[in-house]
Write a protein that binds this ligand. Structure first.
Ligand SMILES: Cc1ncc(COP(=O)(O)O)c(C=O)c1O
Length: 455
């Protein structure tokens, strides 16, 4: 293989069958589309190149900055593409949560601008999410930058409708698979591939996979967030199913250790979601001859069914993510005091107080008020007298044991009361006798008209 440019090596990724001894499905061949073998490391290489390419000649002439709202793989690919064309690249994002990716972006020459999300930033003069405002600014005609706009740009979807989808059909001998599984980030890959597969066979079942509520799987949305994505159309999917972060890590381990596929967490989530979805359907196929089966798209006698899932990127960038959630996998002692180990019952049992009760409690007993939001949001508005310990730091702090004396009551506050409830449950488990979570978070506090101050 000989290329004039590394961008010519984007696409044409292998489709690899997973050994049936690993997944245990008897009637279904499960294939992984290895998008992590794209040259810059992920499925987003296709979208980044497809979106940036048309604007590059003009951008080079003007010396424009390439800009994208991304904290991950799209930014990575765009940073490389911009650099190859002598252009600066700027990544605008909410808090970057995976340190290796942030460092890699800096190494690639990216400038990173971190903005708080809507739930974090409470300046009442801001009527909109700072990221949304930024997006509007960039999308105005005459904007001096080359904004690739992955959440709204149809070229994102088209990259997969012209590349990934047709490649899958060609590698399956001109047929669409019976099932297609994909994790949903911008929805570009799932939408583009689904369109092509359905054009070949309208009976194909498309399963979109997202993270569980308030769970974090880097690169994709969780159930609550997915509807906010510009390219997301519920009609693309026959069903949307949620995968937990631990399940994603388990799936990733199976792919790495049993299949030789060095997948990242979303590939693991896709594998886990696929096998979980297919197992009962595979059982229904036991002993079937001829009859159409519920949920099985083709009644041909004896035909083996096929399913495809996408492995979006590689594992190496997620070691700190694994270290945080499953330290024992990296030869460290299991995380003792970690929110990842809480049960739902523990979180439900944590004490929560609404704004009115919290105000009375603060006045009467002066609990230490800990605001777990990012420093930007805290500086914009916070409860008077509160201290700011951003959740990642708080997490670290708790690993060393209780950071407060047991005689010191503590009120925890976060944007909407979800994180604070988890940390309240953890502190309770660690033996703190009086820790409470602010129900509904700083948003509820503000909505109740309770006072907030700014730095
Ligand atoms: C690691 C990872 N997995 C999956 C996806 C989902 O891809 P899409 O944006 O096409 O929905 C992304 C998107 O950024 C990603 O970074």
């Amino acid at each position: 293989m000989r290329y004039d440019s590394i961008t010519d090596a984007i696409g044409d990724t292998p489709l690899v069958r997973i050994d049936p001894a690993v997944h245990g499905l008897r009637h279904i061949d499960l294939y992984a589309k290895l998008e992590m073998l794209n040259p810059f490391g992920s499925v987003k290489d296709r979208a980044a190149w497809h979106m940036a390419r048309p604007g590059l000649p003009d951008a080079v002439e003007r010396g424009a900055t390439v800009i994208e709202l991304s904290s991950g793989n799209t930014a990575k690919a765009l940073a490389v593409i911009a650099g190859m064309h002598g252009l600066p690249f700027k990544s605008v994002t909410n808090r970057m949560r995976v340190p290796e990716i942030k460092e890699l972006l800096l190494l690639l020459g990216a400038e990173i601008e971190e903005l708080p999300g809507q739930t974090e930033c409470l300046d009442p003069t801001d009527t909109e999410d700072p990221l949304t405002l930024f997006h509007q600014e960039l999308s105005r005609p005459g904007s001096p930058s080359l904004h690739t706009d992955q959440y709204f740009n149809v070229l994102n979807t088209e990259a997969h409708a012209t590349g990934t989808g047709p490649e899958i059909v060609a590698d399956l001998g001109g047929r669409a698979p019976d099932w297609f599984f994909a994790c949903v980030g911008t929805a570009g890959s799932s939408t583009g591939v689904a369109r092509v597969l359905r054009a070949h066979d309208p009976a194909v079942r498309v399963v979109g996979l997202v993270g569980q509520k308030s769970d974090f799987i880097p690169g994709i949305r969780n159930v609550d967030e997915v509807h906010e994505v510009g390219l997301f159309d519920p009609a693309t999917y026959d069903t949307i199913e949620a995968v937990g972060a631990d399940e994603a890590i388990d799936g990733m381990l199976t792919l790495i250790r049993r299949c030789g596929l060095l997948s990242g967490p979303t590939g693991g989530a896709a594998y886990h979601g696929a096998v979980r979805h297919l197992r009962p359907l595979d059982a229904e196929l036991d002993g079937v001859s001829g009859a159409d089966l519920d949920g099985v798209p083709d009644g041909e006698t004896g035909r083996r069914r096929t399913a495809v899932f996408i492995i979006c990127d590689r594992v190496e960038s997620y070691l700190s993510y694994v270290r945080e959630r499953r330290p024992e996998l990296l030869g460290r002692p299991p995380a003792k005091n970690s929110v990842a180990t809480l049960t739902d019952a523990e979180v439900r049992a944590a004490t929560a107080v609404d704004t009115a009760d919290a105000q009375k409690w603060i006045a009467a007993e002066h609990p230490l008020v800990v605001d777990l939001r990012g420093p930007f949001a805290y500086a914009a508005l916070h409860i008077d007298g509160s201290v700011n310990i951003v959740d990642e730091l708080f997490d670290e702090l708790l690993r060393g044991g209780l950071p407060f004396s047991k005689g010191q009551p503590v009120l925890l506050a976060c944007p909407v009361g979800e994180k604070s409830a988890r940390y309240a449950a953890l502190l309770t488990r660690m033996g703190h006798p009086d820790v409470r979570s602010l129900a509904g978070g700083i948003i509820a506090w503000r909505d109740a008209g309770a006072p907030l101050v700014r730095d």
